[in-house]
Design a protein around this ligand. Structure first.
Ligand code: ZN
Length: 331
């Protein structure tokens, strides 16, 4: 077992963008594209007119969620590749650091062997599992958001007096968008309609058509942005899980101690949400206090985590503090 000096991180944080494998950007784009087209497909299943007989709720119940989730199947491959790449990078980086710290002689040969044969069995398996898990979570998260938006619209429909065509239009544009963005789409519709009618020459039918077109274009642009945001977050998650897979590989290969620790580290753009997590140290294979095995904690979180050598004293203190907190909470 080779260990570097205590408290020194075993690896550096994620590389800056310009040094990162350009493939990551390509994988991110692929994920974004898949999310965008899946949601667009769902929006297109909304009929032109919901009619008096069909309610928004009925439409929601009629959605083919199986087909919807199948459209996400393809995100697994790019995510798996990101995990794989990040895991391998982490292992190579860690081994170089460890080799330097220990003196080249002891482990130099081992490093060459591993890099040359590219045997990263643990990472390979973890990458498949993580990609599957990420894809599953993604579908659940997006489907839940869509269900909530539909329920929200159903509520509005009960309160207001929208026609079947108006409901259909709204439904088509809300699918996949946040509440604030749904409001932006509505605003575009109202503004375009008012502007078209202002000259007194445009017919209501034509003005409605123009407003529908403008709001649909706005909805598409926002949906595209949302898909990209999600893709960025999920790719970041895959990268951090890749790092974790690298640690699994390292532990299983006996390069680092199984009781090593990890520390939450802020990204290039530190976020307020994560401030309480920054610097938190837990066992490498245990979740942080927010329940996450690895960052990110929230959308656009750029945080990462680094592995630290084992520290029995630290773990003992931490356990004592935890026991004291539990005791206080129980009292
Ligand atoms: Zn963060």
């Amino acid at each position: 077992m080779i260990l570097v000096s205590r408290r020194a991180p075993l690896s550096k944080a994620a590389l800056p963008d310009d040094e990162r494998d350009p493939e990551v950007g390509g994988h991110e784009a692929k994920v974004g594209q898949i999310i965008y087209s899946a949601i667009l497909w769902l929006a297109r299943t909304v009929p032109d007119d919901l009619g008096a007989g069909t309610s928004v709720e009925e439409f929601g119940r009629g959605i083919d969620w199986m087909e919807f989730s199948e459209r996400f199947t393809d995100v697994r491959d790019p995510l798996r590749k990101v995990v794989l790449q990040a895991g391998r990078d982490e292992v190579k980086q860690m081994r170089t650091t460890i080799r330097k710290a220990a003196g080249d002689v002891a482990v130099g040969t081992a490093v060459e062997e591993v890099v040359v044969d590219g045997a990263f069995e643990v990472i390979d398996q973890a990458a498949v599992a993580f990609a599957e898990q990420l894809a599953g979570q993604l579908v659940v998260e997006i489907s839940d958001g869509i269900r909530a938006a539909i329920a929200d619209l159903a509520m509005q429909a009960t309160l207001g007096d929208l026609t079947g065509a108006q409901l259909a239009r709204k439904l088509r544009s809300v699918v996949g968008l946040h509440a604030a963005w749904r409001a932006a789409v509505d605003k575009t519709y109202d503004r375009t309609l008012a502007a078209a009618l202002a000259d007194g020459k445009t017919t209501v039918a034509r003005a409605t058509m123009l407003a529908t077109k403008a709001s649909e274009a706005k909805a598409k642009a926002l949906l595209n942005r949302r898909a990209w945001n999600i893709a960025r977050t999920e790719t970041q998650r895959a990268q951090n899980l890749g790092k974790y897979a690298g640690w699994q590989e390292q532990v299983s290969a006996g390069w680092v101690a199984p009781d090593s620790l990890k520390e939450w580290e802020e990204g290039r753009d530190p976020c307020d949400t994560c401030a309480p997590l920054v610097g938190q140290i837990v066992r490498w294979d245990e979740p942080f206090s927010n329940g996450m095995l690895m960052p990110p904690d929230h959308p656009s979180c750029r945080c990462t985590a680094n592995m630290l050598p084992p520290d029995d004293e630290f773990v003992a203190t931490m356990n004592e503090q935890r026991a004291a907190r539990e005791l206080a909470a129980a009292a």
